[in-house]
Write a protein that binds this ligand. Structure first.
Ligand code: SF4
Ligand code: FES
Length: 227
């Protein structure tokens, strides 16, 4: 039985007894939508690495084990009910710049824009982020750096993302501050719990793009090493 199926069974029992079921978020139940997620015994998404709560199975727990479930805890993710939090802050960060503006028209030829293999692989790795929020919940600063870094990196590594690359970093990082997330101090808890195993490197890329954008805004010179 999966962890969410266990909650389904528990909720059926609660409803049969006339009690309130436990509220939790879910949708795809196959690790791709990012809806599910809460703390299990103090660990975001539970004890298995690279696994969302919906992909977690009860066989990973001992019979009769006592489990403590808590919602994500971060000021920017207000608790809605039980295990459900409002992650609208992530949507607003993406709306601030997590896109590529393109002139509409027919679809371009697949090979019209060559992308180096290394960059394509890194962009795909960053694009694996499902926006679950575990990185924020695990961070002692409640920083959204891994999420935002992933969104900035997956576009910034591709040719199509270059025209808006530095404005994107400025706007998205600005929105992170507006939403009330904390600052990253390189603790690395986010990487440890991320179900998609997004690497801390995306935070370095975000910081570099943000610094370059803000120094350029101030008229300072920025040494570009071509990375
Ligand atoms: S970086 Fe990882 S933990 Fe954070 S939102 Fe994306 S998938 Fe979830
Ligand atoms: S329900 Fe979609 S990732 Fe868990």
């Amino acid at each position: 039985m999966s962890f969410l199926e266990m909650l389904d069974v528990m909720n059926e029992e609660l409803v049969a007894k006339g009690e309130e079921p436990i509220a939790f978020d879910h949708d795809c139940r196959e690790g791709i939508c990012g809806s599910c997620g809460f703390m299990i015994n103090g660990v975001a998404h539970g004890p298995e690495r690279g696994t969302t709560v919906c992909q977690l199975h009860m066989r990973h727990f001992k019979d009769g084990a006592e489990l403590y479930l808590e919602p994500w805890r971060a000021k920017a993710f207000p608790v809605v009910k039980d295990l459900v939090v409002d992650r609208g802050a992530f949507d607003r960060i993406v709306a601030a710049g997590g896109f590529v503006s393109v002139a509409t028209g027919s679809a371009p030829d697949g090979n019209a824009v060559p992308v180096p293999k290394k960059n394509a692989d890194l962009a795909m790795d960053a694009a694996a982020c499902i926006g679950c929020g575990a990185c924020v919940a695990a961070c002692p600063n409640a920083a959204a750096a891994l999420f935002t870094g992933a969104k900035i990196a997956h576009l910034g590594l591709l040719p199509q993302g270059q025209p808006e690359r530095y404005d994107r970093a400025l706007n998205m990082v600005g929105q992170v501050k507006t939403e009330g997330f904390g600052s990253c101090t390189n603790i690395g808890e986010c990487e440890a719990v991320c179900p998609k195993e997004i690497k801390l490197e995306v935070i370095a890329r975000m910081n570099r793009d943000y610094l370059r954008a803000s120094w350029t805004q101030r008229g300072d010179r920025f040494r570009d090493d071509g990375a």
